[in-house]
Design a protein around this ligand. Structure first.
Ligand SMILES: [Zn+2]
Length: 98
């Protein structure tokens, strides 16, 4: 697992850059290299993956909330942990179209 590398200048994007550039997933995000100012589209596959992965915690929360044996607090805790994990993981899923 590693962060994407700029195809133009071979510089590795930082977690923060990828996180910032992919924060809005309504359109296919573009990564902007801070070194050579190149702009690169994500692959369709990594875009779809990032979108699916973002819906996941919400689905898990919905399932857990319907689980009678489980009280609301652990359900919320699992949701927040999963959300944090996904936010952390997401930049590693980004792949640049070359
Ligand atoms: Zn670059």
């Amino acid at each position: 697992m590693k962060l994407p590398i700029c195809p133009k200048c071979n510089r590795q994007f930082t977690w923060r850059e990828v996180n910032k550039d992919t924060s809005f997933l309504l359109w296919r995000p573009k990564l902007e290299c801070r070194n050579c100012e190149g702009v690169f589209k994500l692959t369709i596959r990594s875009y779809v993956l990032a979108s699916v992965v973002r819906i996941l915690p919400v689905l898990v929360l919905a399932v857990l909330m319907n689980y009678e044996q489980l009280s609301k607090f652990p359900a919320l805790l699992i949701f927040l942990l999963l959300l944090g994990f996904i936010i952390y993981m997401e930049p590693y899923l980004a792949k640049i179209k070359t």
